[in-house]
Design a protein around this ligand. Structure first.
Ligand SMILES: CC(C)(COP(=O)(O)OP(=O)(O)OC[C@H]1O[C@@H](n2cnc3c(N)ncnc32)[C@H](O)[C@@H]1OP(=O)(O)O)[C@@H](O)C(=O)NCCC(=O)NCCS
Length: 128
């Protein structure tokens, strides 16, 4: 059995309000959970607010059903001057007790550390 890569950043429950017309969980909702999870990890790394500048390699492997527990794992794969590339995997666990969890979605998100004016600042910098 494979395991999640990265650290658990966010855990939540897929609710009926998050469904698409097929009755499965809406991909946009999953993407927003991933964005929140990566943003939290990025913010901790650079100790500043972050803005999402790019999303790449998004892949939806399996549908998610209402009631499943969603866990977002984040791993910083590259730190640039002002940006961080963060790989995010979403694993879900079915409603039934003992159901094996599976990787449902993954992608790479790039965040930029920003100051209070929204301008990029170095990830690693001297604190004033
Ligand atoms: C994020 C933002 C502040 C960056 O400002 P900018 O003037 O484009 O900054 P720069 O061109 O100096 O790029 C900053 C960093 O982002 C990287 N970057 C910019 N565009 C990128 C892209 N399309 N893909 C990947 N990285 C990108 C640059 O390579 C640079 O990284 P580095 O400093 O580690 O080398 C600005 O583009 C912005 O505000 N975008 C909107 C963000 C937003 O609203 N997001 C959604 C809600 S959070």
């Amino acid at each position: 059995m494979s395991h999640p890569r990265g650290e658990l950043s966010l855990r939540t429950l897929a609710m009926p309000a998050d469904t698409n017309p097929n009755g499965d969980i809406f991909g946009g909702w999953l993407l927003s959970q991933m964005d929140i999870a990566g943003g939290l990890t990025g913010k901790e790394r650079c100790r500043a607010p972050v803005a999402t500048v790019a999303i790449e390699s998004m892949c939806f492997h399996h549908p998610v059903a209402v009631g499943e527990v969603i866990c977002c794992y984040a791993e910083i794969v590259k730190v640039g001057r002002t940006s961080m590339r963060i790989r995010i995997e979403v694993w879900s666990q079915g409603i039934q007790y003992g159901t094996e969890r599976k990787k449902v979605t993954e992608g790479i998100f790039t965040y930029v550390a920003i100051d209070k004016n929204g301008s990029p600042i170095p990830v690693d910098r001297e604190e004033s």
